[in-house]
Design a protein around this ligand. Structure first.
Ligand code: AP5
Ligand code: ZN
Length: 205
């Protein structure tokens, strides 16, 4: 299966993609994680960090290359964080086809709360929230025991800029799939389990 998860920053794309990957035995392809793993590697366009920490998009050639390589190795996949503008849509169409396009809908003030309260595991990538998704022991990863950290781009100022960039560049992507008739809109509020069930029931059919 080829699954695409769209949604604004904080909608739960990472949380749900990981679960879908496990449940349906898919590769989790995420440009955000791939870029974070190489944040300080110099490219001819600059380092990913110089864009990410400001909340801006990393240039298309860098991101397209990541996706191309990842999809070559994947049979089934769930794609998270890409495409983020119409030129990336065009590139994606040239390298693969999609079976499902989900859009996670969450109101804007909820997004800001989710992102500013997010804590992540620097070792295994697990995701938590200080209020909505707490680990067993405060500040410690359930999966691997590492100390949790806040992402550099989860400050309120950068979150606002990421939302602005989303409205300007990525909303047209959502509209593109809506017009094509392939978009399945999923209510992104409720517990992560609730949201997962909404998505998984469509894939199981
Ligand atoms: P990326 O890493 O893709 O970040 P994002 O799109 O902003 O999305 P997030 O990871 O912040 O949120 P999410 O939707 O995955 O939510 P999550 O599950 O974590 O991109 C980062 C940067 O990389 C970009 O700004 C850009 O610079 C660059 N980049 C990446 N891809 C690019 C591309 N294609 N082109 C160019 N540049 C690119 O959940 C958020 C929080 O909410 C967590 O704390 C979680 O525990 C909690 N939560 C989840 N579900 C629920 C729920 N149901 N109820 C309550 N809380 C919940
Ligand atoms: Zn961990």
């Amino acid at each position: 299966e080829h699954v695409l998860l769209l949604g604004p920053p904080g909608a739960g794309k990472g949380t749900q993609s990981k679960r879908l990957a496990t449940e349906f035995d898919l590769e989790h392809v995420t440009t955000g994680d791939a870029l974070r793993a190489n944040k300080h590697v110099e490219t001819e366009h600059g380092t990913p960090a110089s864009f990410m920490d400001a909340g801006e998009l990393v240039p298309d050639p860098v991101v397209n290359e990541i996706v191309k390589t990842a999809l070559e190795d994947a049979d089934g996949y769930v794609l998270d964080g890409y495409p983020r503008n119409l030129s990336q849509v065009e590139y994606l169409d040239s390298v693969t086809d999609l079976d499902y396009v989900f859009y996670l809908a969450v109101p804007e003030d909820e997004l800001v709360n989710r992102l500013t309260g997010r804590r992540v595991c620097p070792d295994c990538g697990a995701n938590y929230h200080v209020e909505f998704n707490q680990p067993e022991e405060e500040g410690v990863c359930d999966e691997c025991g590492a100390d949790l950290v806040q992402r550099d781009d989860d400050t309120e100022e950068t979150v606002r800029e990421r939302l602005r960039v989303y409205h300007e560049n990525t909303e047209p992507v959502v509209e593109h799939y809506r017009e094509k008739g392939t978009l399945v809109e999923v209510e992104g509020e409720g517990t992560p389990d609730d949201v997962f069930e909404r998505i998984a029931s469509e894939v199981r059919d």
